[in-house]
Design a protein around this ligand. Structure first.
Ligand code: GLC
Length: 476
């Protein structure tokens, strides 16, 4: 099958979060299953600065956006058998960051329109165009409403990674950016919360819709967890699936990981982790590496439950534990991390930003990884943690509920982390206390590490689920 992923980010070229991991690792798994996979992303400034990329020029064309025309220059590189098409435009993508600008709506409208033109320009018709999140949500609507015969046989799949970002913009953007008629707003097709929503539009026009875990699918179909999308998703319920993400087991493999101080596997996990912990604590100036070590590797945003996280961290620091934070996000959360570090300099280390090497070291060195998320469509950190024998402590929501069996003293045989349900400090701290107890009980600790390092969270199962879903669209 010929599959085109169209997204705003993808590893290993541009990544700010789990979206970038998934677009790439799913594509890699689909290539292994003998499919032809292309990924289309913007050619961000940060990609231009990457060393050793073998990039070739493909084509260029103008993209019409209402009364103006913007040039798209397209480049290509092949990584792991995947063809990456990079769409460049100085005005929109020569910036320091990927998102967060006042004109994001316009930038990604340009990108969506350019991606649509690209396949025509290179005369390559995908069987499936798989779009991800709000940025490229208008693709199927454009094709269907403008009766684009080039895509007549193509099917469209939308994956919702983060329903909190809905691509809301004034109705005028429908004409200004996308050259689509206003009646699509008036008749409700693209209207949401009285604005244009590219995410809602994608739900209406895609052939299939997925989100990244079973539990999150259920949540999205309810008024409490649907973020307003439950109504429109209900209408598409029979074309809406939950497929849990996998982890790139080649990149995240403690027995072969070149970025960590000492490689280890199931049989020498305790010693291996201890050695990594010793090295990392030294590097980060944490005094006592024998103490239980808790980490956060995350975007520092409200979605990730940072308010709760800091309350837990304070509790842990008072108990003498070590804490490491790697991430960036809302200023207030970055500032509070710094405040805590200043109060407990010998127990805590922070890195504001993203650093892949450090992330690997933290996974290998930590005893626990914290994810008290407010909502979590899937979550990858908990699964990478499990691969490295690092016990996740999670709020049981979305994908966290699907991937962590919380330890409760009676289920040692199958427990795979720690968990709590209600988003409040007491329940959270109760789960931290349980984790500290488990740390001190060597038999329990060993058994839990053994359980989690045996879990197969690779793409081996679910890349096939995606493939079956793609195929099902052609056998009606
Ligand atoms: C988003 C979600 C996260 C998910 C990731 C990849 O970042 O918040 O839960 O794991 O997308 O699908």
């Amino acid at each position: 099958m010929k599959i085109a992923m169209v997204a705003s980010e993808s590893n290993p070229l541009a990544k700010t979060g789990g979206l970038g991991d998934v677009v790439y690792s799913l594509s890699k798994a689909l290539v292994k299953l003998d499919n032809e996979v292309m990924i289309v992303i913007p050619y961000y400034d940060s990609i231009q600065r990457l060393p050793n990329l073998d990039i070739s020029y493909v084509t260029s064309f103008f993209v019409g956006m209402s009364w103006r025309h913007e040039e798209a220059k397209v480049y290509m590189t092949i990584i792991d058998g995947i063809k990456f098409y990079l769409i460049s435009n100085q005005r929109y993508f020569a910036r320091q960051h990927l998102y967060g600008d006042f004109d994001d709506g316009e930038r990604f409208a340009f990108f969506t329109l350019a991606a649509r033109e690209l396949f025509k320009n290179i005369n390559n018709i995908p069987d499936v165009v798989h779009i991800h999140d709000w940025q490229v949500g208008m693709f199927p609507c454009l094709v269907r409403e403008q009766h684009d015969t080039f895509y007549e046989k193509t099917k469209f799949v939308l994956t919702i990674h983060n329903p909190a970002f809905q691509g809301l913009m004034p109705r005028s953007c429908l004409g200004d950016f996308y050259s689509l008629p206003q009646y699509l707003f008036d008749n409700g097709q693209v209207r949401f919360k009285d604005q244009l929503s590219t995410l809602k539009t994608a739900i209406v026009y895609s052939d299939k819709i997925t989100t990244v875990s079973h539990t999150h699918r259920k949540e999205l179909l309810t008024p409490e967890g649907g973020m307003g999308l439950d109504g429109v998703l209900k209408m598409r319920e029979y074309d809406f699936m939950g497929i849990i993400n996998g982890v790139d087991f080649d990149e995240f493999n403690p027995s072969k990981d070149p970025l960590i101080a000492k490689q280890y596997s199931l049989k020498d996990a305790l010693e291996g982790k201890e050695e990594n912990k010793r090295a990392l604590c030294k590097e980060l100036h944490i005094k006592n590496y024998k103490k239980p070590t808790f980490s956060i590797i995350s975007r520092l945003t409200w979605q990730k439950g940072m308010d709760l996280a800091y309350k837990g961290i304070e509790f842990l620091l008072k108990r003498g534990a070590n804490v490491i934070i790697l991430g960036s996000g809302e200023y207030e959360y970055e500032r509070r991390a710094e405040e805590l570090r200043a109060a407990y300099p010998s127990q805590m280390a922070i890195y504001i930003g993203y650093n892949n090497t450090l992330a690997h070291k933290i996974y290998a060195a930590s005893d626990f990884v914290l994810m008290p998320s407010l909502f979590e469509p899937c979550g990858i950190t908990q699964m990478i943690g499990q691969r490295y024998g690092t016990l996740p402590i999670v709020r049981l929501t979305g994908g966290l509920e699907d991937t962590v069996v919380p330890y409760n003293r009676f289920n040692l045989e199958k427990a795979s982390g720690f968990g709590f349900h209600a988003f409040n400090t007491d329940d959270y701290i109760a789960s931290l206390v349980m984790a500290l107890d488990a740390f001190n009980d060597m038999d329990v600790r060993k058994k839990l590490i053994n359980n989690i390092m045996r879990i197969d969270n690779s793409w081996s199962k679910n890349a096939n689920t995606y493939l079956d879903m793609y195929k099902s669209m052609f056998t009606k």
